[in-house]
Design a protein. Structure first.
Length: 242
């Protein structure tokens, strides 16, 4: 998160009911960094609603849709400041511009990957009248009144990975991520108040013994070694071990 501060003039974080201490962390970061604004909304259910609340509190002409597991490069040719310059040097257009980005990808742990570079889709948007974050099929994205979200944007594709997508979680969290979208879509939150309750309903056998850990071990063992560069923030963590 902190590695992305050089990209933006403000960073708006919306939490919708996490129970892992994230709220305390965000409150501390808000106090420590003028750019960070934290909004606590435990009543929100869907991820696109988080993004919409953040968008409604934003003040600038370009909007970045970032994820908490995106770690930015802060030096070298992938420096996130270079991405900022590219965006700010771009003239506004009709139809509006959306920047499509790629990221270096690590999965399971810092040394494994399915593939070196992955698309993370449109992530930076020109702010226009009638724009809102919404559900686009099974995913979240941007709608503009009177426009097709898939075709009525000027797409600018950038092939330099300015982010590392660090999809690194414990076994249970990795498994539950498979059911996150399905849980949101099922809609009966009285019966299934958490993603875990939905996953237990769909795959009860996975919660017996250490089956989830065995599933993760099989997954990680099939991954490729990651051979790319690491952002400075990651190198600081890995230096004793790589």
């Amino acid at each position: 998160m902190l590695s992305n501060l050089p990209l933006c003039d403000e960073m708006i974080c919306v939490d919708n009911g996490s129970t892992d201490g994230t709220v305390d962390v965000l409150e501390r970061l808000e106090k420590a960094h003028d750019k960070i604004k934290f909004i606590n909304r435990p009543d929100i259910v869907h991820l696109y609603e988080n993004r919409q609340v953040a968008f409604e509190h934003s003040r600038y002409s370009w909007v970045v849709r970032g994820d908490s597991d995106f770690i930015a490069w802060n030096s070298g040719h992938r420096d996130i400041r270079n991405l900022r310059k590219t965006v700010l040097d771009t003239d506004f257009a009709v139809p509006p511009i959306g920047f499509e980005l790629v990221a270096q990808y690590v999965l399971g742990d810092w040394t494994k990957t399915k593939q070196q570079t992955v698309s993370v889709g449109r992530r930076i948007y020109q702010r226009v009248e009638g724009m809102a974050f919404d559900r686009l099929g099974r995913w979240e994205g941007v709608r503009v009144d009177g426009m097709d979200p898939h075709t009525d944007w000027e797409r600018v594709k950038l092939n330099t990975p300015y982010w590392m997508h660090a999809s690194i979680q414990d076994a249970k969290t990795m498994f539950l991520r498979l059911y996150r979208t399905g849980w949101r879509e099922q809609g009966d939150f009285d019966v299934f108040p958490t993603c875990e309750s939905w996953a237990r309903h769909k795959r009860p056998e996975m919660f017996e013994g250490d089956e989830i850990q065995r599933w993760r071990d099989r997954l990680v063992s099939a991954l490729k070694p990651y051979t790319g560069e690491y952002p400075d923030h990651v190198q600081a963590i890995l230096k004793p071990t790589i």
